[in-house]
Design a protein around this ligand. Structure first.
Ligand code: SAM
Length: 247
């Protein structure tokens, strides 16, 4: 039988995919790695079918390996007997616990079949929430920026795991970037904040990202000449005789 890695999307319960919802309907157990993914999962399945797993918030690799092995040992027998799901916020393949779990299963329980149902990742949801268009031809890099880190290089970056927004903003400003922050985007839990003011998101909240764009970045779009047409049209209508308008 199968372990499905199901992406729940950014947090709003109606942003899961139809396929993801169908999988959750059909499996015996839905494993959740954290409180927020659990809260979203319980919008779709009864509590009685949720299996909680404990992953410590630590960078101690020995402790993490132990937790992944324990989770894999719990999931493997259930996935041999029936279908089960492991849910993650966003997409299971983007900076996710699911990747560690999958590799641990491959190592210790290689007979378990795994299928992935993608979810809307914060990696793309940020664009709508922050009103950023990643236009044709533009490059965009994904980075992590925990603890006030401020990676630089590409013209446009989405920075995940922003835990010290003022420090990240200060360093990126010095490096020549404009920065905006998005917190709890498309989430039902907590307050959604979109701001260029790092002080507004100075308190630590794990569900914070940043978008950094090199200052003065030149863009050239095929539609740029429409702006001149729109300008000319508005000048014509401003000087038109009100007597001959169609009102
Ligand atoms: C471990 S990564 C998980 C990413 C997730 N798998 C995805 O595809 O979006 C967690 C980081 O993603 C970002 N993130 C995830 N969901 C978010 C949301 N709804 N709003 C803002 N940032 C979010 C935050 O930077 C957070 O620290």
């Amino acid at each position: 039988m199968t372990l499905y890695g199901v992406g729940l999307g950014p947090g709003a319960s109606d942003l899961i995919s139809v396929r993801g919802r169908e999988i959750l309907d059909g499996v015996d157990v839905v494993y959740s790695p954290g409180r927020l993914s659990r809260a979203v999962a319980t919008e779709h399945v009864p509590e009685s079918r949720i299996g909680d797993l404990d992953f410590p918030m630590t960078s101690d690799e020995d402790r993490l390996r132990e937790a992944w092995k324990e989770a894999a040992a719990e999931i493997a027998p259930e996935a041999r007997d029936g279908d089960v799901a492991f849910v993650t916020l966003g997409d299971p393949n983007v900076y996710s616990t699911f990747g560690h779990l999958r590799r641990t299963l491959d190592a210790f329980h290689p007979d378990i079949g795994v299928e992935i149902v993608p979810g809307i990742s914060a990696m793309t949801a940020f664009a709508t929430a922050l009103d950023v268009e990643v236009e044709a031809g533009a490059g965009l890099a994904l980075r992590e920026a925990a603890g006030g880190r401020a990676p630089t290089g590409p013209d446009r970056m989405v920075l995940f795991k922003v835990t010290d927004a003022p420090e990240t903003a200060r360093k990126l400003d010095q490096a020549g970037y404009d920065v905006r922050f998005g917190r709890r985007l498309f989430m039902e839990a907590g307050e959604t904040v979109v701001t260029a003011d790092a002080e507004r998101v100075a308190d630590r909240d794990y569900y914070t990202l940043a978008y950094a764009e090199r200052r003065g970045l030149e863009t050239s779009r095929a539609t740029d000449e429409f702006a001149a047409d729109a300008d000319a049209n508005s000048r014509v209508s401003a000087t038109a005789d009100p007597e001959v308008s169609d009102d």
